[in-house]
Design a protein around this ligand. Structure first.
Ligand code: AMP
Ligand code: MN
Ligand code: MN
Ligand code: MN
Length: 276
């Protein structure tokens, strides 16, 4: 089973439309795909229709932004009813927060001499309700200020850099609650990316599981092989289901293409055992 259960379209910060994501996944040999745009489910219908046409297995998903211990943590929801009112209302609130944050990022960049960044980022956003730091990064690259998106993040958009602003996302329990209310499975996304102490990482897993979270991304495009092994151990110890995901955003911006992740360790229970 080639499952890829986390990727992005132009409804958030991906570079391909939902239908293009589905076609690329199909061409790459994916059997089961989840589209998981940041804080947004607007692309699900288009992706679902494209997948049905190709006979590709499809799971409705989302990736919700959460604040935890001074870090932003991402909770993926899989197998959601993307029209569920509680989920829809929660996501709408998170997106509204993004608008205010984007304005503050624009002001912060203006403060270091980069004018017009909010308008510039908006031009790169396929969805006006979803401006991401990735859109600011693409704007700065287009201005020739930095060679690539990764370098923009390192110099401007991560904590401690001039374009970074603090922001309060959803609470962990809210995000897991919305996903469960919508009939979905909550997955802790790319845990190795969180810069938290070992104690906070343990607390993150504890609170995630106490809230009803059931799975962890063991294999992720954002993980090294060593990191995957570490979180495979965490999945075993904690009895969590395991997910496998490229977190694909686009050809030039992602290290791992759709469906091209490593396999899960065979002793883990794949999250897709609950999605088929
Ligand atoms: P936001 O949700 O607006 O804070 O943007 C987060 C997104 O920015 C992530 O989902 C990635 O797509 C991208 N991103 C975050 N950190 C980096 C990085 N260091 N290099 C490249 N892209 C990044
Ligand atoms: Mn992203
Ligand atoms: Mn993420
Ligand atoms: Mn993602």
């Amino acid at each position: 089973m080639n499952a890829d259960l986390h990727c992005h379209s132009t409804f958030s910060d991906g570079l391909l439309s939902p239908a293009e994501v589905v076609c690329r996944a199909h061409a790459n040999g994916v059997d089961l795909l989840a589209l998981t745009d940041h804080d947004e489910v607007g692309g699900i219908d288009e992706a679902q229709a494209a997948a049905a046409e190709l006979g590709l297995g499809f799971v409705a998903g989302v990736e919700i932004s959460v604040s935890f211990a001074d870090e932003t943590v991402h909770i993926v929801g899989l197998g959601i009813d993307h029209r569920h009112p509680e989920l829809v209302a929660g996501l709408r609130r998170v997106r509204a927060g993004r608008d205010a944050r984007a304005a503050r990022i624009g002001e912060a960049l203006a403060g270091v001499g980069i004018a017009g960044a909010l308008e510039g980022a908006r031009r790169f956003a396929g969805n006006p309700a979803l401006v991401s730091r990735a859109h600011f990064a693409r704007f700065l690259v287009s201005r020739g200020l930095m060679p690539d998106v990764k370098t923009v993040f390192d110099h401007y958009l991560v904590r401690g850099k001039p374009g970074f602003v603090e922001h309060e996302w959803a609470r962990l329990e809210e995000a897991v609650g919305w996903i469960r209310a919508a009939g979905g499975i909550a997955v802790l996304a790319h845990p190795a990316r969180y810069r938290v102490s070992a104690a906070d990482m343990a607390r993150l897993f504890d609170r995630f599981q106490a809230a009803g979270g059931e799975a962890v991304e063991v294999v992720s495009g954002a993980h090294t092989a060593e990191e995957a092994a570490r979180f495979a151990g965490e999945a075993r110890r904690r009895g969590l289901l395991a997910s496998r995901a490229s977190d694909f955003h686009g050809e030039k911006e992602s290290a791992v293409d759709l469906g091209r992740c490593n396999r899960l360790p065979p002793d883990l229970t794949p999250v897709w055992s609950r999605l088929l």
